[in-house]
Design a protein around this ligand. Structure first.
Ligand code: C5P
Length: 217
């Protein structure tokens, strides 16, 4: 992997909107993330479009299904020039292993608990406290040879294994009132050990994109 540590979430409607935005980006300075919206709208051609322009790609589809379906899906993903891709750790150990078997040179990241969920959401969903639920998921992941974890910066210190790649969304350098609940600034996230941070709207909707990239780099 390169030494870039900023991942920009390309949460756009289609390639036309996305390509206008990426004309402001230097592929040497950031990795780009393709999520559900853009992938559903455009399919794999978005991956070819970005790799032809020298961008490293994080394909964030957060797979969560039976092991065989996830294995076959990861096999397809690994045919493209995708550096990082995501599965939900909640799919369980067999599903994580199935993804690992099919990954080729793509690295697999396990999504722990979404940064849009807080303590009370976790209590309602799992009747468990946040930290315990998080630790359960990480312990399951550590019994596999998964490459990394997606978590909020507030949970970074709970991950003991230094070999796991730590990818952190929910980054806000300014106050915001959107759907992200467990947020932190980029500086704090890097200082707590994030290998990569994921930033979407604070950069894609910034008035001065170049300035905002500097702010989050
Ligand atoms: O716009 P914002 O900075 O909130 O974008 C964060 C991106 O990271 C979104 O594309 C979202 O899907 C993704 N993500 C997240 N929380 C996770 C995993 C991925 O916000 N746990």
């Amino acid at each position: 992997m390169s030494n870039k540590r900023l991942i920009i979430a390309l949460d756009f409607k289609n390639i036309a909107e996305m390509s206008y935005f990426i004309s402001n980006l230097d592929p040497k300075k950031c990795i780009v993330k393709v999520g559900l919206q853009l992938f559903i709208a455009e399919g794999p051609k978005v991956l070819d479009f970005l790799s032809q322009r020298d961008f490293e790609i994080f394909l964030d589809l957060k797979l969560h299904d039976i092991p065989n379906t996830v294995k076959k899906s990861v096999e397809e993903i690994s045919q493209y020039n995708v550096k990082l891709t995501t599965i939900h750790l909640q799919g369980g150990q067999d599903m994580i292993q199935a993804a690992n078997e099919a990954k080729g040179s793509t690295k697999i990241l396990g999504v722990s608990l979404l940064t849009s969920l807080d303590e009370s959401d976790i209590r309602k969903l799992y009747n468990n406290d946040f930290k315990k639920q998080f630790n359960n998921l990480i312990n399951i992941a550590m019994e596999t040879n998964i490459d990394g974890i997606v978590c909020s910066s507030q949970e970074l210190e709970l991950i003991q294994d230094p070999s796991l790649i730590k990818v952190v969304p929910g980054i806000r350098n300014q106050n915001s009132s959107d759907d992200q609940k467990r947020v932190m600034t980029s500086k704090e996230a890097y200082s707590k050990g994030a290998d990569f941070i994921v930033v979407g709207r604070p950069i894609t909707q910034a008035k001065d994109i170049e300035e905002s990239i500097k702010d989050y780099s």
